[in-house]
Every structure is written in structure tokens, then in C-alpha cells.
Design a protein around this ligand. Sequence first.
Ligand SMILES: [Zn+2]
Length: 93
Amino acid sequence: MKIRQAVEDFDLTELEKLHFDLESGGKHLRELVKERMEELNTHGKRICAVCGEEVGSEGIELTFGPKELRKKAHLCAYDCLEYFITQLRERQL
Ligand SMILES: [Zn+2]
């Protein structure tokens, strides 16, 4: 199991940090996992956040949200971007 391998590679200091993070809700680990997923996503297929179509090279990448909760969305065209922003405004995300 790969997660077990990763944990076995940690030294005691790293494990203590991870343990502290998990005890306090795992915010840091969650961020790391999310960042890595986004990283991998940008090298793979990008899906429009509105219509679900595959986003090509002409697509739009939008980064939004407060600094500590930064999110990224891919959009296929300006009408989807417009719709997305309307949704953001309504939900105050
Ligand atoms: Zn779209």
C-alpha cells in the first residue's frame, strides 16, 4: 500500500508534524493533497466546471477565493466563465 510506504519513509519529526496536523483537523494535509491533485489535473484532462466538456488549449483558467482557500477552475468558453462568475457571486464563494 503506497500511503503506508510514504508514512514509513517519514522520520519522527515529520510524523510528529503530520500527527499534530491530523489531530487539529488535517488542514495542512488536506491542502497538500488538493494542491497535488490540481497539479496532476493540469497535466491531464481539464474539464469545464460548468458544462463538463473537455477544455482545450483555448480554455480559460480561473483562480479565485481567499488566499488560504485558493481554488482553480477550468472553463471552456466565455459564456461558461460568465455563468461560473454569476454562480460565485450568488453563493459568495
Ligand atoms: Zn463549458
